[in-house]
Design a protein around this ligand. Sequence first.
Ligand code: SF4
Length: 270
Amino acid sequence: MSLRNKIFSQISTDESYIYIAGWKEVSLVDVLEHTSFTLWTSFCNFNCPWCSNSILARGLEKQKTHINVVIEALKRTYGFVDFFHVTGGEPTLQLRPLKRLLKYSKENLGLKTSIATNGSNPAVIRKLKEVLDHIALDIKAPLNNVEKYSKVIGLPQNLTKIFIPRIIESVKVSMNIPFVELRTTMVPELIDVEDVVNVADDIEKIVSKSYGRVVFVVQQFIPYENILNEEYRRKPRTSPEKVAYAAKEASKRLSIPVYYRTLEHGTKKA
Ligand code: SF4
């Protein structure tokens, strides 16, 4: 399969099975101000060199799992969490089982539902939006800078050029979801304060007709040991002061609230 076909294909088309790397029964960091049961799906169509989940994103960690196994685990956390949150990897590569799981947890377990996505699949987000209460959507670099976006997501520029309009479309489609977190990570030597400010300008142009709660979250890069690329494992984490400063500068350009997330201070409003 060519790279192009690979990054545009659905991984799982059987609605009863989903490829996952695991879950955490109670997470405090995946949905702003809420607790969640967080499920990690395997595979991703981007190849970010700094990815902290690169082992599962590249499909090196995957278990083909019946959705009933996930549902049983969800039932055990009943009453302890607000949200069922699915992240990855890229969850939108497994639309059919993902939709079934989200629908079941919302309708039968009374949980709010959430995904984290790189924004590459607006058509999938459109199919999920009725069932979603929250979406965390990455805008990884300024949307008018193909060269930079391509470096951040680890894909050639010709493919990045296809993805950028899709990401813009995903942000627009998400405006119908009650709670939207747009996120940018300050990757060393790739995303600096001025890039965050440029992303803020991009966001301001897109989100003006929002119906629900929309926030922008600036995130710290952390050199987790799971990063496959050794170069990024050795880089220092972004200083919390720099992340806070970038968020403050972004907040001057935006009509939506801005937060920043660091290991040192948790999540704070800019
Ligand atoms: S989009 Fe997310 S999961 Fe995929 S490679 Fe990039 S950082 Fe990793």
